[in-house]
Design a protein around this ligand. Sequence first.
Ligand SMILES: [Cu+2]
Length: 349
Amino acid sequence: MKFSKFTAIAFIGSIAITSFAGDYTAPKEIVTDHPTDGWDSHRPDSHAPIGVMGEHTHEKGEVMLSYRYMYMDMRPNFIGSTEVTPQQSLAAGFLITPTNMRTESHMVGAMIGATDDLTLGFMLPHIDKSMDHLVATGATFNTQVSGIGDFKFGGLLDFWEKGTQKAHLNLMVSAPTGSITDTDFVPPAGGPVRLPYPMQLGSGSWDVLPGVTYLGQQGDISWGAQLLGTIRLEDNDQGYQFGNEMTANSWVAYRLSDRLSTSLRVTGKSWGDVEGSDPLIGGPVPTARPDLRGGSRLDVFGGINYNFRNGFLNGHRLAVEAGRSVYENLDGPQLGMDWMMTVGWQKAF
Ligand SMILES: [Cu+2]
């Protein structure tokens, strides 16, 4: 997996080059076939970078389907804002430490314009997680889990529009459809045990995801900001709840043509420790400790949106975004986020 990040960069680069090549003969000035005085929903950057969710709304009667592939690579461990080696993580009082975690997610989504001001949204992920460990004896082992995550649904409510700027409220809910009782074979335990908190697929609780999103366009530039919370409404049936979360996204995008835009995004995220505990989650490993789950971090992403404007794929959108963490402060030892990417397809009908 060592050269995966270069694979990602190469992938983005090749999309960019292909797209630039495709647009090379286009006239210098951007000619849009959708002239509008207000918000232009047809430009490539009228959708935020693909790693942002719930960032645009639809007009009454519009339906949009989407698919996102997400990959996240987490390493190394942090104690506070200091990176630590696996040996230093063990020295903090553990017999086992995680060394790397990889999360893959396939997410299908639908959006429906119920009225001109209310868009309904639905998202269901399928998640694969894999975690590598080092034991104090020098042995290593891996655990894996795979399945459906939490189903998210709700509404996006437009409440403000002025010229080419607008804002909406995010009013989503997360249902506990992801498992929180997954097990895998753990060699030091000599058998299958319940996997620790970060390896479970869902929160186990009903959560609300309130937020507010602001968007603007001017000339070839567009920008946006979004504040999103995750509030756990209850303890799950295993006796705990994950920490509440707060995410602040801000981005700017540049429209290179009627089809192609590039973006830069900065995201700050903060999340709490696990409250309560699952009596079946244990072992001398930091991931089993409810008080070593919280943290905050700052991520920076670069992205590309591409809007097919003719031919067989007319109206389809493809987008890719990749980034890495530039600052982390974790209750640790806890694995930090090294890099992640999202590739997405969207089509409105
Ligand atoms: Cu949409």
